[in-house]
Design a protein around this ligand. Sequence first.
Ligand SMILES: C[S@@+](CC[C@H](N)C(=O)[O-])C[C@H]1O[C@@H](n2cnc3c(N)ncnc32)[C@H](O)[C@@H]1O
Ligand code: SF4
Length: 386
Amino acid sequence: MGETMNVPNTTVEPGSPRDLRLKLLAEKAEDNIRRNNEEYAQRRVVLASTPQNIFVQINAVCNANCVFCSKGYDYPLFRLDDWLKHYGDKITPALAQARQVILTGSGEFLGLPDAQRILEYFNSEFPHVEKYVATNATYLTPKIVDLICSGSSKYVVQLSLHASRPEIQRVMMRYGAYDRVQKNIRALMEARDKKNVNVLFMFIMTTLNIDDLPDFIRYASRMGADKVVCGYFYIYESNQKYLSLYFMQEKANQRLEEARRVADELGITLQAPPKFGLTPEVYKAFDVCQEPWYQFMMSNDGYVLPCDAYGSFPREENLNVMSFSELWNGPTYRKIRTDIVDGKGCLLTCSRHNPKSVNDWNSHVIHRFKEDRQIIKEHHESLRRP
Ligand SMILES: C[S@@+](CC[C@H](N)C(=O)[O-])C[C@H]1O[C@@H](n2cnc3c(N)ncnc32)[C@H](O)[C@@H]1O
Ligand code: SF4
């Protein structure tokens, strides 16, 4: 492990050198975001701008064990000091001019002993950059809530809950933290200023919880959520296959329709995926996905992806051996951008940007190289009792 670095103090005196530096950074970021939007509009393949969204994978152990979860079981954990030592110089300039930094990964980052320090670091170094944090809400302690709600940064907090009721949450997440989670959510909702902290409730849909979707919308509305996001899950492991609504299409469609009605009645925003089995002309034509222009996802150990639904990025292209710009305008990012402009490549099976692909089995499965340890994990998982 590297030495422990001091996280700078977050208070900024107006007119101080630090205040001026932060103002300059914010202006530079605005400039970069504008340029990034323009380059996307022009469908440029090589970009002068850097990504407006940067995903920093922060891996941690998890107290839950969601049936659909993509995490493995022996992945490396995030250590801020090691991360800064290895990647700080490479990624910091791009982070400083991003619009949003996404802080999440395998497991429950807010449960890391270092979670407060990590938030303090990003709050203090990049206060002008919005933070997106996904969490199951069990570690929203008063100190964490304070770091989210009391700083000058904007936050989007995704609460991954997947059920309105304890018995369904227990089946979906295979833990029993319902009461603690409700208490934490209430504390967050009370502490936040809606202008700065946006809270969305996440519901990953499987055959086990789909009946609960309309009630989940009612529950989210009662709790004061700004938005509900629901989505099909991606199958990472063969034994997750029969949890897929691909095998329960009529039920999925009915519940999505009901959920839409409830959301409209309650006036809450619902982001939902397309329904199954409609006639081809009913689906919206696919839009050009923005992610390869807007987003750079880096894993704990320096590997790269344009988005979570993308298959395998070549292993040899990574931040351990290449610079940020060699990757951002490297052969793979260039090819993905070109393919997407031509309506090819990953766009064909992307359920987010190509709605009719919901009917294609391939769009529900993530095809990635599988290490032996993952195969062993699948074997153990298949022997588990419910
Ligand atoms: C891996 S989790 C980690 C952060 C945190 N523990 C949580 O649950 O939000 C990040 C997000 O990925 C989503 N996710 C996990 N596995 C998924 C899958 N197989 N398909 C689609 N989304 C998934 C979860 O709902 C969550 O919103
Ligand atoms: S809470 Fe998040 S990381 Fe933990 S098992 Fe569920 S989806 Fe995976």
